[in-house]
Design a protein around this ligand. Structure first.
Ligand SMILES: *Cc1c(COP(=O)(O)O)cnc(C)c1O
Length: 361
């Protein structure tokens, strides 16, 4: 029974329409007499899905021709390693902006591979804001700058990305890619695991400027080499065909529902409604993120005491809300409101928050 209100941070809610379409086609995909999972990844039928996903991505995100789209495995976490392995040369430094645990992890992997520097950090205040006040490193010494566009755990999100002039800008967009319009041209490499906003675990999207592919050394392990994946259309080995199929269905769903423009509008609406509830509660609910850094994907808050927070979470659970527990490093509560979370679920949560405040605690 699907009577839950799913606010999971990832893997996260998927649109019911997408699940139903996948279910309908599960046994016999497109008249092939086989499940999509049983088809050869070299077959024409699968090829249509593989190319289709790339074409949708290109269209929905307005990705210019200068970029290559890769569909890889290993999650965003493998990109923490692949980015420095492919882009960082021995004579240069990779600069990291630390805005949460994910960017820290990315930085730690880069440190294993070469020289790194930290441009800015908000660690001292438990990552409650986007540290965007820093000076750019010298162009000649820098390999790239890395940032995390949305900090899933802390509920902070970049509004104005740094303009890096001639230093390549790399972004982990695992939890906000496709949630809004972005100008891809501001970036040189974007990566995102699919299980937050784009589908299901198993496929990782990498959008990379073609000229950067030349940096990949042939001494790299084959499977960790961007250039090889690009040359082989992400079919060097068996890709995660089912995850790519779900990605394809999600992209089709986004297109049908008005594209990233409409997603952005809806996400603004959902986030505004929740933050308003928090702000109007006279301190009953306390937001974690500073106002000008608030995420539209993950809304983090707590109640006055830990005991009250736990009671809130317990009651919420009784009422069918799922996934509202904050990450263990922040505690409190977190409502993840990705594209697939309908406005009606957010409104139900707001009603519950009001009721809890008025009479349930
Ligand atoms: C979830 C998440 C990750 C980790 O993704 P995996 O696919 O589990 O490796 C990395 N970065 C961000 C911003 C995330 O939200």
């Amino acid at each position: 029974m699907r009577n839950t209100l799913n606010f999971n941070a990832g893997p996260a809610a998927l649109p019911l329409e997408v699940l139903l379409e996948a279910q309908q086609n599960l046994l016999d995909f497109d008249g092939s007499g086989m499940s999509i999972m049983e088809l050869s990844h070299r077959s024409d039928v699968y090829e249509r899905i593989h190319q289709g996903a790339k074409v949708y991505l290109q269209k929905l995100l307005r990705i210019p021709q200068e970029f290559e789209i890769l569909l890889l495995q290993g999650g965003a976490s493998l990109q923490f390693s692949m980015v420095p392995m492919n882009l960082l040369s021995t004579d240069k430094t990779a600069y990291y902006i630390l805005s949460g645990v994910w960017s820290e992890k990315a930085w730690k992997e880069a440190k294993k591979w070469g020289k790194t520097g930290i441009l800015a950090s908000s660690k001292d205040t438990n990552y409650n804001f986007i540290p965007n006040d820093f000076s750019m490193p010298e162009v000649d010494s820098a390999s790239y700058i890395h940032l995390t566009s949305n900090n899933t755990i802390y509920g902070t999100e970049w509004r104005n990305y740094p303009s890096s002039s001639s230093i390549p800008l790399v972004a982990d967009m695992s939890s906000d890619l496709l949630s809004k319009n972005i100008d891809i041209n501001q970036f040189d490499l974007i990566y995102a695991g699919a299980q937050k906003n784009l589908g299901t675990a198993g496929v990782t999207i990498v959008i990379i400027r073609k000229y950067l592919l030349e940096r990949s050394s042939e001494n790299l392990p084959t499977m960790l080499n961007y250039q090889i994946h690009a040359k082989n259309n992400s079919l060097y080995n068996t890709p995660p065909t089912f995850s790519i199929y779900i990605l394809y269905l999600i992209l089709k769903w986004v297109e049908k529902n008005g594209g990233t423009d409409r997603m952005e509008q809806l996400n603004k609406e959902k986030a505004f409604a929740l933050y308003s509830k928090i702000d109007e509660s006279n301190g009953f609910y306390l937001g974690h993120a500073k106002e000008n850094s608030r995420s539209r994907m993950n809304v983090t808050f707590k109640l006055l005491t830990e005991e009250l927070t736990n009671k809130f979470l317990q009651k919420a659970n009784d009422y069918g809300f799922v996934g509202l527990n904050g990450h263990r490093s922040v505690g409190g509560c977190r409502a993840s409101i990705y594209n697939a979370v309908p406005l009606s679920h957010v409104q139900d949560l707001i009603t519950f928050m009001e009721e809890f405040k008025q009479r349930l605690y």
